[in-house]
Write a protein that binds this ligand. Structure first.
Ligand code: GLA
Length: 416
């Protein structure tokens, strides 16, 4: 009796151990650790160029990333999106389109690496990409190996033509393929938030899209018939409830930026600032070869970038909203905070903030500010001549679709 009971216990223990080891294999799947400890920064071809990609343009973009000061400001990845593909060869190995990439991807990666930058590429978990090029379905391991041999550093992996596939499994396969290929490549999961990737993608990749595609407008829905793309405000609102899933090495991705693609300067600033408040990947999507001085200055604003890239990696949150004006906070290292005031209205407005009457409590990170007890100095991140203290009222005029963004430093520290 005793013997068989202990046998039973042993068997139960053994199967428990097996289940636990299987579980841990699953939950710590295959990704390279220590990649993207702050949100990735770079550029991607899709928002401006769509399918018109070629090696000349990619090289010129890498040149401009250095010349414009973007590289110095932290931008690193030059990412080719859809439509670089040619055919698979007799061994199933994908080839770049020979007309647009005649020198091949290895040569392009070498060029980009010589500039101190990294090269990203795009594929799709389905049979074809969204533009109808060959997808990686059935070729995951050979594709990841090919990318690694070319010297690719970042793989964006899309979700078109995937009928019958399960997202978590499909992305796990590519994650394993990337790991097996042996080169630390970021895996950017792009299934538009359809399968709630925040619940399962952190062990598989470094970032996951939370929404459908962005569109270069501040406040609109662009209806394509069977699907829509979204303006900045629409995408911002879709981030609600997701901050707890993000952190170093695993980020919510509200899509690539539309800065410099036709919105007003104030709208571009608001877009960029809110992406920084969200600790979002900062992937520019404009034509770097032809950007205005204003766009260059905007994309290289180091004070705003520092908010995005803060080492704590805590996504910001909405603190209050009234009459179309929102106030957001984001905890930063050394007890500093970023604050952004966003005028969503289609008209100019006035905004007042009585600091001393306010207390901020972040339930998620247990960080808080009591402005009545503690004084902070603030520095305007878009106007370096503008600063102040939280002991005074804040009274500002705001243009339509604009942002006011500051960094708050505890006064005692400030004085040191
Ligand atoms: C999808 C993605 C976009 C882009 C295109 C390319 O729509 O969400 O970001 O990669 O495909 O076809």
């Amino acid at each position: 009796m005793y013997k068989s009971e202990s046998k039973f216990r042993l068997a139960a223990l053994a199967s428990l151990c097996l289940a636990a080891s299987l579980l841990s294999v699953n939950s710590f799947a295959d990704k390279f650790e220590h990649l993207a400890m702050t949100p990735p920064m770079g550029w991607n071809s899709w928002n401006h160029f769509g399918c018109n990609v070629d090696e000349k343009m990619i090289k010129a973009t890498a040149d401009m990333m250095v010349k414009s000061g973007m590289k110095d400001a932290g931008y690193e990845y030059v990412n080719i999106d859809d439509c670089w593909h040619g055919e698979r060869d007799a061994n199933g190995r994908i080839q770049p389109d020979p007309k647009h990439f005649p020198s091949g991807m290895k040569a392009l990666a070498d060029y980009v690496h010589k500039k101190g930058l990294k090269l990203g590429i795009y594929s799709d978990a389905g049979w074809t990409t969204c533009a109808g090029k060959p997808g990686s379905r059935g070729y995951e391991f050979i594709d990841a190996k090919t990318y690694a041999e070319w010297g690719i550093d970042y793989v964006k992996y899309d979700w078109c033509a995937t009928d019958g596939l399960k997202a978590e499994g499909a992305y796990m396969t590519m994650s394993k393929a990337v790991k097996e290929a042996g080169r630390p490549m970021i895996l950017s999961i792009c299934e538009w938030g359809d399968n709630k990737p925040w619940n399962w993608a952190a062990p598989l990749g470094q970032l996951w899209r939370t929404t459908g595609d962005i569109y270069a407008c501040f406040d609109c829905e662009y209806d394509h018939g069977t699907w829509s793309s979204w303006g900045v405000l629409q995408i911002l609102d879709m981030q609600d409830g997701l901050r707890k899933f993000a952190g170093p090495g695993h980020w919510n991705d509200p899509d690539m930026m539309e800065v410099g693609n036709g919105m007003t300067l104030a709208e571009d600033r608001a877009h960029f600032s809110m992406w920084a408040m969200l600790a979002a990947p900062l992937i520019a999507g404009n034509d770097l070869r032809n950007m205005s001085k204003e766009t260059t200055a905007l994309l290289t604003n180091k004070a705003v970038i520092a908010v995005d890239q803060d080492a704590l990696g805590i996504q910001g949150f909405k603190y209050e909203a009234e009459d179309g004006v929102e106030v957001w906070f984001k905890p930063l290292v050394n007890d500093e905070w970023a604050m952004a005031v966003l005028n969503r209205n289609n008209h100019d407005t006035k905004f007042e903030f009585r600091w001393r009457h306010k207390a901020v409590k972040d339930e998620l990170t247990k960080r808080s500010i009591d402005f009545n007890a503690d004084e902070y100095s603030w520095q305007d991140l878009w106007d370096k001549d503008n600063s102040g203290s939280t002991k005074d009222f804040l009274k500002i005029k705001m243009e339509r679709h604009s942002v006011f963004m500051v960094r708050l430093t505890p006064k005692a520290k400030d004085a040191k």
